[in-house]
Structure formats: structure tokens, C-alpha cells
Design a protein around this ligand. Structure first.
Ligand code: NDP
Ligand code: PYC
Length: 339
């Protein structure tokens, strides 16, 4: 491995994360859910939402923000709507509680939505849409975050990095999944550049005076930019509305105000939607849904890769062997374990 990259087994990473989180005060359930998701992300080589996020979860406790022992409360709101109040815990237990009900409702009504409220949200969304697609459902998930991102044409932060994820079932193949921030890069990547003292790519941020910058500190002080100019900006606004006021939760600006300068993982809501192909198509569903395969062939047939292909390849590569981690992140985790 190169100087900047170390390796760790999934078992050792899980053990390290679980010990750090429970020692800091997280319940076993929270610690297990957090560690499982970051080890999964690290194994898929999603560095911005991998092991480094254990440090974010420890910061949440240190700043007294999260309830590390919160138990989510589920409410059956309507035939196709389930709500989970995470009670200021981490979002993951809320998703685990809501998923079986979301699945059952989507398979009964054809379409259903899960709103998770009052949750601290640090994780990637692909594990959630992948889990739903593996149950034979089409999935969409979105969250706001903190107001770090300027609208296209503006220079002051309004939007969060607002991720949007989609999952499509493919029978015994890995689901078709994409999952991206609507900002040009994720906040986590800015933090990783700051920690390793490396410049940002051009075109992702402006400084406090509205000038383009590649300096992570100046970007944190100024504003991030949306991907795709006005198009990413409009999508980000949609996510603010759907995962904010529609589900009775905070926008990114409100979430940042709630943070009160602590600079920790955002607290807000998440909206997850599931659609059942069988309800749309009846007996024809299995045949019709594989119609998507022609589309995927047309993409990969010209050597354009499918989203998540890199991630699935990393998963295969790291199965049963130590996975790569930024050395600075692993050093920080080991230093925390020695404290
Ligand atoms: P990336 O730009 O790294 O990737 C976005 C998606 O595009 C992935 O599905 C990726 O697949 C795919 N992709 C990348 N390059 C190509 C390509 N050349 N051809 C086809 N597909 C491609 O994502 P972001 O940095 O924007 O986001 C990273 C993560 O951050 C996401 O998982 C997101 O959920 C998370 N996030 C979470 C937030 C939160 O509030 N919880 C806020 C913001 C982001 P692959 O993975 O295979 O490369
Ligand atoms: O990387 O933008 C991000 C992010 C925000 C909250 C969790 N991840």
C-alpha cells in the first residue's frame, strides 16, 4: 500500500469502531448499526462515508448533541405512509425500524413513503436504496444537510449537500444504484482534503468573497457549488422541500441554525420512497422489469460504466481481504482508541 493508504480487515474495523462508539456512550444497537454501515462503505471504497465517519459520531457525543441511546418510535400515519421519530438518535436505527413497514405498505399500495424525523444523518444513502431494491422494489431516498451550498447564480449558502439516491431491482444481479450529493462534491470530501492538506478540484467551491477557490479552509468559510449549475440547484431545492417541510422537518438552513456552531453531523429528516413493480405490472412484472436490462446493456455496451459498478467491483475485490483506508483516518481512530 502507498504511504497515504493503510489496510484493515472488516472484522478489525468493526471491533475498533464498536469499541470506540460504545465507550463514548452509544447503545450497543446504535454502535452496531453505525459500525456496520461505515465498514460496508469502506469495503466499497466510499472513503467520504467510510470509517472516517466514526470520528463524526464521536464528535456528536462530545458536543452533547445526539441522544446516543435513543430508541426510534414508529407511527403508522396512513395506508402508504410510515413515519419514524428517531428521537435525536442516529438515522440508521430509524431506517431499520421503518424498512419492513415500508416494504409491506409498498407491496400493498403499490407505492409508499417512509419519513424519518429528528435524526442525525451522517451516512451514504446507497445502502438504503440497495436494501430496498434487493426486496424487489424501486427506491428513491433523499435528505437535506447543512446550508453549505450556494444556489446557481448566487454566492451565499442556502442548500445542503442534499444527496439523492435511486435503486432498481435486477433479480439476482446487484441492483442498479446511483447515489450522489447535489453539490459538486460531498462535504465529506472537503473534510478529507482539509485533513490531508490537499487542494480541492477546481469548480466546486467559492471563498467568502465569491471567488473560485481550491483551498478547503476557504471553501468551508465560503460556499460549495451545486453540480450541473442551475439543474443541480433546482434538484437541491426540491430535496429541501420534500425532505424538509413536506415531512415536517428542518431545511438545511434550519438544521445549521440548530447546530449552533458545533459543526457536527446535521440533524434533520429523511424521505424514502418505494414503488412496487408488481403493483404496476401484475403478472408481467418479472418480464417487464428485466426490460431495464436492455438499457443497462446499451450503456455498458459502449464502455460507459453503470453507476455503482466501481463500488460493486471494490466490494468484490475487498471480500475476504483487508480493505484500504486513508492512513490519516486509521491513525486518528487508533489514537482515539489509545486515549
Ligand atoms: P460521487 O460523485 O462519488 O458518485 C455519485 C454516483 O455516481 C455514484 O453512484 C457513483 O458510482 C456514480 N459515478 C461516479 N462516477 C461515475 C462514472 N464515471 N460513470 C457512471 N457513474 C459514476 O458521489 P458524491 O461524492 O456526490 O456523494 C458521495 C456520497 O456522499 C453518497 O453516497 C451520498 O449519499 C453521500 N452524501 C451523504 C450526505 C448526507 O447528508 N448523509 C450528504 C451528501 C453526500 P460509484 O460509487 O460506483 O463510483
Ligand atoms: O458529505 O456532504 C456530506 C455529508 C453531510 C452529512 C453527511 N455527509
Amino acid at each position: 500500500m502507498s504511504g497515504d493508504t493503510a489496510t484493515i480487515s472488516a472484522e478489525a474495523a468493526f471491533d475498533l469502531g464498536f469499541r470506540l462508539l460504545t465507550a463514548a456512550g452509544y447503545s450497543d444497537d446504535h454502535a452496531r448499526a453505525i459500525t456496520a454501515i461505515v465498514v460496508k462503505a469502506q469495503g466499497d471504497e466510499c472513503h467520504s462515508h467510510g470509517l472516517y465517519r466514526i470520528i463524526s459520531c464521536l464528535d456528536l457525543i462530545e458536543r452533547g448533541k445526539v441522544d446516543p441511546k435513543a430508541t426510534p418510535v414508529l407511527e403508522d400515519r396512513a395506508p402508504a405512509i410510515v413515519r419514524v421519530d428517531a428521537r435525536r438518535g442516529i438515522s440508521l436505527l430509524g431506517f431499520d425500524a421503518g424498512l419492513p413497514v415500508l416494504e409491506e405498505k409498498a407491496k400493498t399500495a403499490g407505492i409508499a413513503a417512509l419519513a424519518i424525523n429528528n435524526c442525525f444523518h451522517f451516512s451514504a444513502l446507497w445502502p438504503e436504496v440497495e436494501a430496498i431494491a434487493e426486496r424487489g422494489l424501486v427506491a428513491i431516498a433523499m435528505t437535506v444537510s447543512h446550508a453549505w451550498v450556494a444556489p446557481a447564480g448566487g454566492s451565499k449558502p442556502v442548500f445542503g449537500t442534499n444527496p439523492f439516491a435511486f435503486g432498481w431491482p435486477r433479480g439476482d444481479k446487484h441492483p442498479f444504484v446511483f447515489d450522489f450529493a447535489t453539490s459538486a462534491i460531498a462535504r465529506g470530501d472537503i473534510e478529507l482534503h482539509r485533513r490531508s492538506n490537499t487542494p480541492l478540484p477546481a469548480g466546486v467551491a467559492i471563498d467568502r468573497d465569491g471567488r473560485p477557490t481550491t483551498d478547503p479552509e476557504a471553501a468551508s468559510d465560503g460556499a460549495m457549488l451545486t453540480f450541473g449549475g442551475h439543474k443541480g440547484s433546482a434538484l437541491s431545492a426540491m430535496i429541501e422541500l420534500l425532505a424538509g417541510p413536506l415531512i415536517g422537518d428542518m431545511t438545511s438552513a434550519q438544521s445549521l441554525a440548530f447546530d449552533e456552531g458545533a459543526k457536527v453531523t446535521p440533524c434533520h429528516g429523511e424521505l424514502v420512497i418505494a414503488l412496487d413493480p408488481k403493483s404496476f405490472l401484475g403478472a408481467a412484472a418479472a418480464a417487464e422489469i428485466t426490460g431495464g436490462e436492455a438499457l443497462f446493456d446499451a450503456i455498458s455496451g459502449q464502455n460507459a460504466r453503470l453507476p455503482s459498478a466501481r463500488r460493486y467491483a471494490a466490494r468484490r475485490r475487498n471480500q475476504g481481504r483487508d480493505m484500504p483506508v486513508r492512513r490519516a483516518v486509521l491513525d486518528d481512530l487508533h489514537a482515539l482508541a489509545r486515549r
